[in-house]
Design a protein around this ligand. Structure first.
Ligand code: C5P
Length: 281
């Protein structure tokens, strides 16, 4: 069986870190939505050869350390299916280690596709349990849309979609490790937190301005090197008419929300003069 699927990136509308848990993870409260950016994944389940994963990025792991192949193995194991030699190819467009859940989106897309290809042997609960084992953002990527995520990210509540808008994403040439970013967090030093309730109300009423004004990520208060780049991208976006701009996830990608496509295009062009990795919808 063969399939070609899209794996959508995510962005954080809000990101709040409530506490550090005894297991080392952090209790989160985040509103996330799909970003207008995806990887393309081709799957062949019956190559008759050993399981392989490849991509257009040579530095990505090409074995079970790649979460997309790990997801396939967990699927076969849980569904008691013998792999016929799976081949997964990922055409990556989502920047890696960028706060956009690129790897998690790949794992979620593979899980969902395999379950459909094999006639849904796993129910929703089983799929989400595997997703949460693979990584904290994988359950959201499996759900898609717009949602509140709590716990490590596995407790999800679907929310109304982000109203129609233009989104410009820009990644400075830095890579932040999620683990290293969390290690910098001292929850007792978080003074400002997102207005999560305000964003929920604005989503309910489809108030794009009310959402964009409240974009907030507590990681921005604990930035390592690169703070200047992140602030300068935000300023460029706001100067060009963004309704709001914020870093996504553990960074360093920054995105801005626009209600005017000319403003979004101007911001895109200006950012392209300074940065290599810029996208817009
Ligand atoms: O779950 P995932 O593998 O994406 O997490 C990567 C790292 O980020 C974890 O090893 C952990 O150090 C940190 N993390 C955390 N709290 C979360 C999610 C991730 O501390 N809620």
């Amino acid at each position: 069986m063969k399939a070609t699927i899209e794996a959508r990136a995510k962005i954080n509308i809000t990101l709040d870190i409530l506490s550090r848990r005894p297991d080392g993870y952090h209790e989160m409260r985040m509103i996330m939505t799909e970003a207008p950016l995806c990887d393309i994944i081709s799957i062949d389940t019956q190559t008759g050869a050993r399981d392989v994963i490849s991509s257009n990025l040579s530095f990505l792991p090409s074995d079970g350390r790649n979460v997309a192949l790990a997801a396939a193995h967990r699927f076969f194991e849980s569904a008691s299916i013998q792999s016929g030699g799976i081949s997964i190819n990922i055409h990556k467009r989502i920047p890696v280690a960028a706060g956009l859940a690129g790897g998690s989106s790949n794992a979620a897309a593979v899980l969902k596709a395999l379950n459909e290809m094999y006639g849904n042997p796993l129910d929703r609960e089983q799929l989400f349990a595997i997703a949460a084992e693979i990584g904290s953002d994988v359950p959201f990527c499996l759900l898609g849309g717009t949602a509140m995520a709590e716990g490590r990210g596995e407790r999800l509540k679907p929310l109304p979609s982000l109203p129609d808008c233009k989104i410009v994403l820009c990644k400075p040439s830095l890579s932040f490790s999620t683990r290293a970013m969390f290690e910098k967090i001292d929850c007792s030093r978080i003074r400002n937190r997102p207005d999560t309730e305000g964003v929920l109300k604005a989503l309910e009423s489809g108030d794009l301005g009310g959402i964009a004004r409240r974009l907030y990520n507590v990681f921005e208060n604990f930035l390592p090197e690169g703070k200047r780049d992140i602030l300068s991208i935000k300023t460029m976006m706001l100067d060009e008419g963004a309704l709001g701009a914020v870093m996504s996830g553990s960074g360093p990608t920054v995105y801005g929300i626009f209600n005017n496509s000319d403003y979004a295009k101007r911001a895109y062009d200006k950012l392209r003069e300074n940065y290599l990795t810029v996208f817009m919808n």
